[in-house]
Design a protein around this ligand. Structure first.
Ligand code: SAM
Length: 277
């Protein structure tokens, strides 16, 4: 059997993780191959796109366009080099170097058909804010692949992550600290949050789909899994961007200004500018 990434071996080098070809393959099988129908002709947003491997796999599965958001510039460079190496047309992709939380809070966030949130949801504490803004893309589906807290209750456990790892959370306050608190949410917490933003949640059955769990032990123990969220309500479309503190301050100002019949749109534009790649 040829594994997907055996044909595109550069991703084995650019990942920055130990080489785990079976893990790549099984994740590809559950995340991409089993959901192939979702990708046909789709515009796909890949949050925390790393070296571009899942954006690339989405295109190969039939997506029309992919946009990756990745906070680490070195990884964006690797993604661009990978896409150039494999001859992907420039019109089919874009990579943005930015904190995904800020990217998603942009008032002019684009629409997508599918949002990939892979290997990222345990590197943040802004779960609900991220899901609210993912919903603003009007995507029909989210694919969320994440480590989970094993509690049956709706909880989030907080750990300190080393920001110096290429795989970990970023120091989003640029506070010069070496650790940042991140949260691991339980299945029930994820379900409640998805429900709130208008999405049904189903869990992929790793044990039915995969028979070789080498390099995939967390999936085997159900400490990590893949969830498909399907849009069932559209009311969140009309919501304001869910924002960081600075943005909220501007919305507050805007609302107060509106009350007085004046609108300070200039200030709002300045706050919501997307960082250049
Ligand atoms: C464990 S890797 C997952 C990579 C890939 N999505 C996957 O599932 O294989 C986590 C990625 O998230 C990126 N990352 C962490 N915090 C981020 C943030 N706030 N905004 C954008 N990217 C972030 C890291 O740089 C890293 O590339």
């Amino acid at each position: 059997m040829t594994r997907f990434f055996d044909t595109y071996r550069r991703f084995y080098q650019t990942t920055g993780t130990p080489l785990e070809p079976n893990r790549f393959q099984q994740r590809w099988r559950v995340i991409i191959e089993e959901n192939k129908g979702l990708f046909q002709g789709a515009r796909v947003l890949d949050i925390a796109s790393h070296d571009g491997r899942w954006s690339f796999a989405a295109l190969k599965a039939g997506a029309a366009y992919v946009e990756g958001v990745e906070a680490r510039a070195e990884l964006v460079r690797r993604a661009l080099a990978n896409f150039t190496h494999y001859g992907i047309a420039r019109s089919q992709y874009n990579f943005v170097c930015q904190d995904a939380v800020k990217y998603l809070a942009n008032a002019r966030l684009a629409e997508f058909d599918v949002v990939l949130n892979l290997g990222f949801f345990y590197h943040t504490l802004k779960h609900l804010e991220i899901l609210e803004n993912m919903a603003r893309t009007k995507a029909k589906s989210f694919i969320i692949d994440t480590a989970v807290n094993m509690s049956n209750d709706a909880v989030i456990t907080i750990v300190l992550e080393d920001v110096n790892s290429l795989l970990a959370a970023i120091d989003h306050l640029n506070s010069d600290t070496s650790t940042v608190p991140s949260g691991r949410i339980s299945r029930l917490a994820l379900k409640w949050m998805l429900d709130y933003v208008g999405y049904d949640c189903a869990e992929m059955d790793w044990h039915r789909l995969v028979n070789d769990f080498v390099e995939c032990e967390e999936y085997e123990k159900r400490m990590r899994s893949t969830f498909i969220a399907t849009r069932v309500r559209a009311d969140v479309d009309r919501a304001q961007p869910t924002t960081s503190f600075r943005m909220s301050r501007w919305w507050g100002l805007l609302r107060r200004a509106d009350d007085r019949g004046r609108v300070c749109r200039e200030g709002l534009r300045a706050e919501t500018r997307v960082d250049p790649g």
